[in-house]
Structure formats: structure tokens, C-alpha cells
Design a protein. Structure first.
Length: 147
């Protein structure tokens, strides 16, 4: 009888361990299967005193300065947005009019086709409103690349 109880006790303990391990692994899987957002993170920008290096240049690097577009090597239309010291000139002349975003081609093409130029970034989603607003504000503040 004691042998039977020992066997029963052992199989009961094994069952408890197995169930515990199953619960542990299932809970681990549930934690790892949480719903991840497909939305890009919301980035905020100050309402004024935007820095080219801190705020604007990263927008250009992420959205404009890649192969076949406005990178330093062979920039489209001569407009290099990869460099930290851009001239903001294209083959068609200046793309930024400091203190006047609405007259600046760089800003206008972010909103829609403008002056024979397709909306930018070309063949990609429109920039988030916060990034467009940051570029607009930076131009309205003089488009300085020194801060």
C-alpha cells in the first residue's frame, strides 16, 4: 500500500510540475503577443526656435536623403539634403526663401504638386503634419542652419 501511495504521490507531483510549466509558458507567450502599434511614434517639435541640426536635418535624413533622391552623391535636381551645410539650391534655383515658407518650393512640395514638381517625398507617404509644421516654422524663422 505504501508503494502504491509513493507511486501515486510521484505521478501527482509530476502532473503538478507539468501543469505549472504549461501555465508558465502560456503566460510568457501571452505577454510576448501583445498588440504592437503599427503607427509611427508621435514626434513633437517646439513651436519656435527650431534647430536645423536637432529638428529639421533628421526629417530630411529620414525622408529625403536616400538613394536616388536628395543624398549627397548625385542628388536629384542638384538638391543635397543629406549634408549638414546645405545650400538649398537646386538646378532651378533656391528652394527656400527665408522668412517666407509659402514662397519656398521646399515647403510647398511637401503639401502638394507645385510649379511642375511632384509632391515630396516622391512616391512615398506624405510627411506627418508635425514635421511639415516644423519645416514651415523653421523657414518662417529664417531657415538658419547654424543652430
Amino acid at each position: 500500500m505504501q508503494k502504491y501511495n509513493a507511486k501515486r504521490f510521484k505521478s501527482k507531483n509530476i502532473l503538478i510540475i507539468q501543469v505549472s510549466l504549461m501555465i508558465y509558458f502560456c503566460s510568457f507567450l501571452l505577454v510576448k503577443c501583445d498588440k504592437k502599434s503599427t503607427e509611427p511614434p508621435v514626434i513633437s517639435y517646439p513651436d519656435s526656435n527650431l534647430s536645423f541640426i536637432q529638428h529639421i536635418h533628421p526629417i530630411f535624413i529620414e525622408n529625403c536623403a536616400f538613394s536616388g533622391c536628395h543624398e549627397s552623391i548625385g542628388p536629384a535636381n542638384g538638391l543635397d539634403l543629406e549634408t549638414l551645410t546645405p545650400s538649398f539650391n537646386s538646378v532651378n534655383g533656391p528652394v527656400i526663401i527665408p522668412f517666407d515658407a509659402n514662397s519656398s518650393r521646399l515647403y510647398r512640395v511637401l503639401l502638394s504638386d507645385f510649379a511642375g514638381i511632384s509632391r515630396m517625398p516622391k512616391n512615398r507617404a506624405m510627411l506627418p503634419d508635425a514635421q511639415i509644421k516644423a519645416i514651415q516654422t523653421w523657414i518662417e524663422e529664417g531657415a538658419s542652419i547654424n543652430r
